[in-house]
Design a protein around this ligand. Structure first.
Ligand code: SF4
Length: 337
């Protein structure tokens, strides 16, 4: 437990308001906010999950998913408990909304562990929502940079502007979930709002590599019209942002049937009209992982699941066929032939 940042007490000190995320929870004494991990104790907000790790391990960077950041490399990944959204189809509800066992660690120990791993580019804060682990992530990220490691956030992007801008100098890449492109969807299915997430993407893209993920949920956010609106907005922000369209399967408190494969392919075609880097997830089709050069349309990275089979890029991440500079950060390397 550690004193949290970003809260304001009321004048009588009976309750306080947390300003970390757009929920802006008003928290009475001895109570927690919506995320369950920030608690008012005698008029001071504490981060209950500081240093509490629910899961950790080495992952391919492609698993985050990040396809344009050090392709073919491994990253030390860890997560905590709690989340500031409540998605009815949450894929990680056991740690986001349950009571999983945790181990207690310090930022120094995490950096030390990451440095001990072979061929590890850095640390990914993932599995549950890293933004409600703010103090621990910030402190660890600073130490990681000092040690020459990269920092990656896999996040829902639901954060206020001030804490976001304070954290971004220590972040190298983000995968941000844009769960849908309507406030109605966010309100009904996630207990959140779209607008703050849009703001996070628009700010983050100026600071680090950003990739986006949208889980297409059957009958909820998968209409051609909504996908077109999403894609038009991404293209206006930066058409070079990679977009991962992921297939939904029933989970947690949602039992609509899996997204039809025809819907996934239709969404990909719509997205490719405006964006050069579009990937499908959870569909089991090898070609969905390929990266194509936006200029000459030739394959530049051939992926099969998390395995990189071939790289057709120069050392400066320009296309080996036509010289186009791709939006890829870091060395790309094949992990199998
Ligand atoms: S971080 Fe948690 S306590 Fe703070 S406003 Fe968001 S949900 Fe509420």
């Amino acid at each position: 437990m550690r004193r949290a940042e970003f809260f304001v007490r009321d004048s009588e000190k009976r309750h306080l308001t947390c300003h970390l995320c757009p929920n802006r929870c008003v928290i009475r004494d001895n109570k927690t906010g919506v995320c369950r991990v920030r608690k008012n104790i005698d008029g001071v907000l504490y981060a209950l999950n500081y240093g509490e790790v629910s899961s950790y391990g080495m992952d391919p960077i492609e698993k985050k998913p990040l396809y344009h950041f050090y392709p073919g490399h491994q990253i030390f990944s860890l997560g905590t408990v709690g989340c500031n959204l409540h998605c009815r189809f949450c894929q990680n509800w056991e740690i986001a909304h349950g009571e999983p066992p945790t181990v207690r660690v310090t930022p120094e120990e995490i950096v030390h562990l990451a440095r001990q791993q072979r061929q590890c580019i850095g640390i990914a804060y993932t599995y549950s929502e890293p933004l409600v682990w703010y103090e621990f992530v910030s402190e660890t990220a600073v130490l990681a940079h000092e040690a020459g490691l990269k920092n990656v956030l896999v996040t829902n992007g639901f954060i206020e502007q001030e804490p976001l801008e304070k954290l971004l100098p220590h972040v190298d890449a983000m995968n941000i979930d844009v769960k849908a492109f309507t406030n109605d969807y966010y309100r009904r299915l996630c207990a959140g709002r779209l607008d703050p997430v849009r703001r996070t993407v628009e700010i983050a893209v100026r600071h680090c590599l950003v990739e986006l993920t949208t889980l297409l949920v059957t009958g909820e956010n998968d209409s051609p019209g909504e996908i077109r609106e999403l894609v038009d907005w991404i293209a206006r922000v930066d058409r070079e942002i990679p977009l991962h369209l992921s297939r939904y399967f029933p989970h947690y408190r949602f039992d609509a049937p899996p997204t039809p494969l025809a819907t996934m392919r239709c969404a990909r075609e719509i997205a490719r009209e405006k964006l050069p880097y579009v990937y499908l997830g959870n569909v089991g089709d090898v070609e969905n992982g390929y990266t194509y050069c936006p200029q000459c349309r030739k394959k530049v990275i051939e992926r099969s699941g998390y395995i990189i089979r071939a790289v057709h890029l120069r050392e400066d991440n320009r296309c080996r066929h036509c010289g186009y500079a791709l939006n890829i950060v870091g060395e790309a390397r094949a992990t199998a032939s």
